[in-house]
Write a protein that binds this ligand. Sequence first.
Ligand SMILES: C[S@@+](CC[C@H](N)C(=O)[O-])C[C@H]1O[C@@H](n2cnc3c(N)ncnc32)[C@H](O)[C@@H]1O
Length: 368
Amino acid sequence: MECKHFGECGACKVYENGYEAQLNQKLKINYDRFKNFYNGDIKVFKSPIQNYRSRAEFKVWHVEDDIFYAMNHIEHKGVVLIDECPQVNIHIEILMPKLLKKIQEKNIGFKLFGADFLSSQSGEIVVSLLYHRKLDDEWQSLVKEIADELGIYIIGRSRKQKLIVGQDYITESLNINNETYKFNYIENSFTQPNAKVNEQMIEWAISSLEDTDKDLLELYCGAGNFTIPFAKKFNKVLATEISKSSINAAKSNMKLNDIENIEFVRMSVEEFVGALDGVREFRRMQHIDINTYDIDTIFVDPPRSGMDLASCNFSTRMDNIIYISCNPETLVRDLEILSKTHKVVDMALFDQFPYTNHVEMGVKLKRY
Ligand SMILES: C[S@@+](CC[C@H](N)C(=O)[O-])C[C@H]1O[C@@H](n2cnc3c(N)ncnc32)[C@H](O)[C@@H]1O
């Protein structure tokens, strides 16, 4: 396990023991939860025990003339003031107190209620400052000074306003099977929160792909996090996603990695499945001739709500299904449908969210 104190660190030992105990507990719960679908070994992919989160959202709390980072209390009403946060990556952790100090020095804290951080592993950072007031030119010039002094990008957000100081994205490098992939992560769009676990998740998913000369269909592709490292394994890839900013980022990420065989389409899964079945025509699908695709594998990574019934039924037309889930409860519901035609042949637990009850699961299914 990584220790940021570079040695025999008592504090880290305490973290590590607590971490392992909780991870074992999560594993036990999920063996039990999925026992009706799978009784092989669940592969486990661990997180660093601290400094693992590449993005984090805090409230900004005002106490008289002072301001603090804060979070909602988990057990009761009210907030917890935060003076250190070892969960965020080391670059965000170092930045947090410095930024707060600058906000006070430059007097730009009036009606500031939130600060969202997004960082790459190399330390490129964009911070969104959220306000209950209109932001003016004076704010912009003071914030430019802060951004320059701290070497970060800052976005000011208030109702119907988004002011960009620098740029509204960072570029992350992921190491996947000893190759480097670059991704532009756009502020306020979905990105995987735990970079080290994300790398392991993509590697597991690649290892689950069959060698094939056929094509891949991906639903819920985001900014191409899986799509781009997958592309070499397939002749062509068709990938869909509902968010406009994510699909635009996915297209630019494809270019950033010199990949050409992916077609990204902005469509909800519901629209896409309907369009393929001819229920309705969509202009956004007009340039795609689905008959030129020979798809035998589908990869899905839905939000916490899981897939809908129509998309689950649609997926069962494929020989191979790979499902990444950030909510085991909706995964169980969806497996009830998928397992009627497909057998679960492999499962993995990714500890994206240490010290919480949440886990990310990976499932590989093959047609009976
Ligand atoms: C868990 S994220 C995964 C994104 C991507 N695979 C990644 O690893 O970064 C789920 C994605 O599903 C998208 N999404 C949510 N509801 C959707 C829907 N009904 N149809 C298509 N995409 C949807 C979200 O915008 C988000 O990008």
